[in-house]
Design a protein around this ligand. Structure first.
Ligand SMILES: *Cc1c(COP(=O)(O)O)cnc(C)c1O
Length: 387
């Protein structure tokens, strides 16, 4: 079975070594030595000053909204994972959708101004598939109208923008270290800010508001993470360059093999080092996407319609039409992409897609010897044409 993603796992002995040390210390959570070490190494790796490791990427978003004391309306994208919208609603704010750019699938900055009202407090945008938004334009608009900016950078581990980690942008950036992400701690996430005051505020909120064993700075919740998740992070951090490199090679291979299909790929922002977090394909039509996904499933290859549905159609928001997003949602799919994906499996996936768009439905084509069958079929067809 080839799923859309598989979690990366370090060598078991490496994780075991950390687990043994946890047993020795009997310190499981509450700002333990592994957590501290992980935060330090993460800062060093990302070349970033301030971050907090939290329990997941959804809480990171809620924490960002809470720490900035946002209220009223938050301008956001309809094309993201549900957590981008649900965290806004959960924090008692109203998501106001702005349609996406047809080439990058990120929020379209040209359309933001028209959505600003006296109630607008912030812009919450996602760097979709790890491809940075038009950060400069968004910041200009935010500065002009006095709005805060939060980036949901859940897909962005390893992405750099203008020679800095993309996590450096916005008032707060958040990310997820969930098992399905490029870099993970099984469950986990982080918030990033350049503002030390904001960092302090989030540090208190993450830990019940404690500023001492018996005293409290303000209202807080439990957003901490623990030694075991930090241990997985420490293990995986050693492999992350290798992971980034492999994903790039796999993606370039996909591009090459799929260059002739009736589909397009998102345009990657020029000013960045991209992390190849996903391999999205925008098919020419919904019908072609469904036909390709069906054929792939028959061969035990499972893609995902990331992201569907449009967040602007969720049952708990004021539903609005977003023409570009609504169209993309119908035609997009992410193909399998993970560290242990083999080039031969990738070739098989591409052959199925190419064949599905080019060849006759009625010709049976079992997956196991797909390559040979297609080659045979092409041969027969050429012979037929020549006769
Ligand atoms: C994965 C993801 C999240 C949620 O992160 P969790 O760690 O699973 O809570 C939020 N936003 C986006 C865009 C994501 O892909």
């Amino acid at each position: 079975m080839i799923p859309v993603t598989k979690p990366f796992l370090p060598k078991e002995e490496e994780f075991q070594e950390y687990v043994d040390s946890i047993w020795e210390r009997q310190w499981l959570t509450n700002n333990g030595p592994l957590l501290n070490d992980f935060e330090l190494k993460l800062k060093k790796y990302l070349d970033i000053k301030h971050l907090l490791f939290v329990n997941n990427g959804t809480f990171a978003l809620q924490l960002a909204i809470k720490a900035l004391a946002l209220s009223g309306e938050i301008i956001t994208t309809p094309f993201s994972y549900v957590a981008t919208t649900s965290s806004i609603v959960w924090e008692g704010c109203k998501p106001v959708y702005v349609d996406i750019d047809p080439e990058t699938f990120n929020i379209d900055p040209e359309k933001i101004e028209a959505a600003i009202t006296p109630q607008t407090s912030a812009i919450l945008a996602t760097h979709v598939y790890g491809n940075p938004c038009d950060i400069d334009t968004i910041q200009e608009i935010a500065d002009h109208y006095g709005l805060k900016v939060i980036y949901d950078a859940a897909h962005c581990f390893g992405t750099r923008y203008k020679d800095k980690s993309v996590f450096e942008y916005g008032d707060i950036s958040t990310t997820s270290f969930h098992a399905t992400k490029l870099f993970h701690t099984i469950e986990g996430g982080a918030v990033f800010t350049r503002d030390p005051e904001l960092l302090k505020k989030m540090m208190y909120i993450r830990n019940f508001g404690h500023n001492g064993p018996d005293s409290f700075e303000g209202l807080g919740v439990n957003g901490k993470n623990c030694e075991f998740h930090a241990a997985m992070g420490l293990c995986n951090l050693k492999y992350v360059d290798e992971i980034l490199e492999k994903r790039k090679l796999l993606s370039l291979h996909y591009f090459e093999k799929l260059s002739a299909i009736k589909a397009s790929f998102p345009k990657i922002n020029d000013d960045k080092d991209y992390n190849y977090a996903y391999f999205p394909v925008l098919f020419e039509s919904e019908e072609l996407r469904e036909r390709c996904l069906e054929k792939l499933e028959q061969s035990n290859v499972f893609c995902r319609r990331y992201f569907s549905p449009a967040l602007s159609t969720l049952p708990y928001v004021d539903q609005v039409k977003m023409p570009v997003c609504d169209d993309v949602v119908k035609r997009i799919a992410c193909l399998p992409l993970y560290h242990s994906l083999s080039f031969s499996d990738l070739d098989m996936i591409c052959r199925i897609i190419v064949r599905t768009q080019n060849y006759d439905e009625s010709v049976p084509c079992p997956a196991q010897d797909f390559g040979i069958l297609v080659a045979d079929k092409i041969e027969t067809e050429i012979n037929n044409l020549n006769e």
